[in-house]
Design a protein around this ligand. Sequence first.
Ligand code: B12
Length: 264
Amino acid sequence: MGFSASKEDIHALIGWFSKAADLLEHPIADSLNPYLVQELKGNPSANLFLNALLEGKRDFALSIVHSDEVQGFGLEEMYDRIFVPSQRELGRLWHLGKISVAQEHFVTAATQVIISSLYESFFKAHSSLGFSGGSGLSKKPVMIAACAQGELHELGIRMIADTFHARGWDTIFLGANVPEGDLLKEIRRTKPDFLSLSATISPHVAWIERAITEVRQIESPPKVLVGGRPFFTSPDLWRKVGADGTAKDCAHALAIAETILVSA
Ligand code: B12
């Protein structure tokens, strides 16, 4: 059987080939890809911080964060204005092949060390004040914070847990890749008021939905907040997975959690 193509087929093929050739020459606009949006424009502190780390100057990056100007920010503001944009720009540079995986690993690890250096001042100051959260809440709320099973991006949820802790909550940060069974055991053991779950990679959203269904079976279950990239690219996804709320950053997360607790 021979190959035969109609005039219309040939016309369509020529159209596809010329589209493919055009795409090779002019890749899809950067602005269509959320991971390629430059987030450091007009943000000199984050710019300086990231560039210091990319040059391997961890002590200099540390001194930026401990400078009077940056120390004037609250913890949430410091996270949302310095570390989050710096990490996102790091991802953009990696995505574009402008830095190596080794450089990304170095910057992420150094950022975690620098964040730890803030604990002394932020957590001490707040724990000496006692709980200073939303109006109507008399007792210190407890929160468990965890990444979905398989999820290795733990910095975002760590920042959420830190923000709550700095405002006087008791937080139990479980970090990356938490197995479902162990999460449920920890909830039964510690009886938190809140559970915060994070996913960066979209396929992990299904795990979160399943985990929430299981959590709801526990007697007096915690309220559940979910977050991470898939939840702010699909604003209604938190409802679909059965959560009580979501937030796109540290400042909003705290405000939403306290509103949910007060109205419970
Ligand atoms: C560092 C990093 C890693 C590190 C993570 C180390 C660590 N200890 O966390 C490592 C090397 C492990 C890694 C691995 C991978 N990574 Co990576 N990684 C990054 C990078 C550069 C930074 C992540 C980060 O720290 N972000 C900063 C945090 C603070 O932001 P955030 O997580 O969004 O959190 C904020 C909000 O989302 C929200 N939030 C987050 N969680 C929660 C939870 C609740 C309850 C609430 C209320 C709010 C909330 O609040 C936070 C503060 O504002 C990003 C780039 C980026 N754009 O984020 C890529 C990125 C996320 N990685 C990416 C990819 C592809 C991968 C890999 C698949 C690569 C590979 N081929 O192996 C693997 C997947 C691993 C896995 N199974 O999870 C892609 C994801 C693309 C996509 N479409 O999903 C990104 C976007 C890179 C890119 N293209 O620009 N990665």
